[in-house]
Design a protein around this ligand. Sequence first.
Ligand code: HEC
Length: 129
Amino acid sequence: MKNQSALLLTLVMAFLRPVFAVEKIDSGSHIYKEVCSTCHDSGVGSAPKLGDQHAWKKLISEGQVIITAHGYVGVRAMPPRGGKEELTVEQFAEALNYMVNKSGGRWSSPDKSMREAINNEITNRKKKQ
Ligand code: HEC
């Protein structure tokens, strides 16, 4: 019986692995559509719109660490994590990259040292709230 459940688990994992792999590559656009598009497609509450290079220019120039961290924590009319509490920093960063790269920027997934910098900025920012 024990062996059978182990086998079943192995099979389930083997089946799920490619699903997760695809999900990871596509997660930026996917999360954007699921969460961010509600406001950033049409510019609800003066949200900078997807593809609006003018609106994104200044934000992009502030840098990926700052903008990712501030959006994650929430800033003015932008709710923390776009209102989806369970988003991880990585997921939020992917969705933001997707939006920035459609709006005149050229960002890539944060590497380890950038993730640390983002996490530090998140901690600092939360202390000030
Ligand atoms: C409920 C509406 C709403 C949703 C959903 C939303 N945003 Fe926003 N966002 C806003 C608004 C409004 C602003 C403009 C805030 C301001 O300047 O007052 C904004 C601003 C931002 C900014 C700029 C922050 C800054 O430092 O000025 C970033 C980055 C951002 N959003 C990322 C995202 C991402 C990524 C998602 C999805 C995970 C998302 N938003 C989902 C409403 C939303």
